[in-house]
Write a protein that binds this ligand. Sequence first.
Ligand code: OGA
Ligand code: ZN
Length: 371
Amino acid sequence: MKISALEVRADALIATWSQKGRVTYPTLWLRDNCPSAFHPQTEERVLDLLSLDLEPVLVDAQRSGDTVILHYADGHISHVPTSLLFANRPGRTALDPAAIAPRLWRADLTPANLPRYAASQLLENDCALRAWMQDTAAVGLSIVDGLDDRIDAGVEIACKIGFLRETNFGMTFEVVSKPDPNNLAYTAVTLPLHTDLPNQEVPPGFQFLHCLANEAEGGGSLFADGFALANDLRTKDPEAFRLLCEVPIPFRFHDRDADIRTHAPVITLDRAGTVSEIRWNAHIAATFDMPAEILPAYYRAYRTFMAMTRDPAYQITFKLKAGEMIVFDNRRVLHGREAFNPATGFRHLHGCYVDRGEFNSRLRLLARKTH
Ligand code: OGA
Ligand code: ZN
């Protein structure tokens, strides 16, 4: 991208880019982002912003090859690569290899077209790892198959992405029917569609459930794209959507060792107003504590969303097999399972989480070294 003209004002540089037109760079921003403001090795900012005037004065700008040389009234000179000015045009977020647009799905996602990757490829090949992560980010859901019959086989793949997210259920957890369960997942009952741990200040990001055995009758899995549900609610019932975005509800998990609570809305929007997070877990939603005047309308909205989660038009269902691992964005995709009968066979999933920040960091690192 080429600069066709530079205009100097005391308070700003105005660059005309050959295809993007005029872009204004305020002088204080130019000083704050002068390459000399950053440590040469760590690339962290070392400049003290308060050492500058609030209104530094730009006096001259010259192009010299791929650099723009800026002179200021206090004598400072900046040598700014043109590429840096282009990549950081104010008002525009810098390109991010981890910013992958969600591809929303409803019943059109089927076991046959669900992204599916072989464990061995992911462990050996960074291009495959990246392709899998990109698909998992876009769809919010994927399957890894061909895992060894070892308890750690799924965790090893999660660790290719980043640090595990430890929770009150441990660094990893066993989903088996237990004699003294502290969580419905550790029973054999139906788990309606939900997201895990919305009672946490930040719920875990990506969830990994490695199936070691699924021999009992029942125990099928189901998933729904929470972003598709929320977007459809937005269109068909804007008032219900508004309430689910605006009214925080209490979530709580408690047992002998923990009492973890938060208030948060069911739907969170990002700064562009796009749905960015779903918290949905009817079994750990605590007693609604909003004012009585709001309760009837809120219940109506909450039940509308709940009814949508029960609609097969939003669901994908299949039964996990030993050696498969389901991976999903727990802050987007709702998951559930049918009841199973433990008397008819063993069912065992081994689970862990990796937060979105770790996941995105790995995507950016893979973008540096793969194409
Ligand atoms: C869970 C869970 C699903 C299953 O452990 O959070 O939802 O298939 N398990 O048992
Ligand atoms: Zn769960």
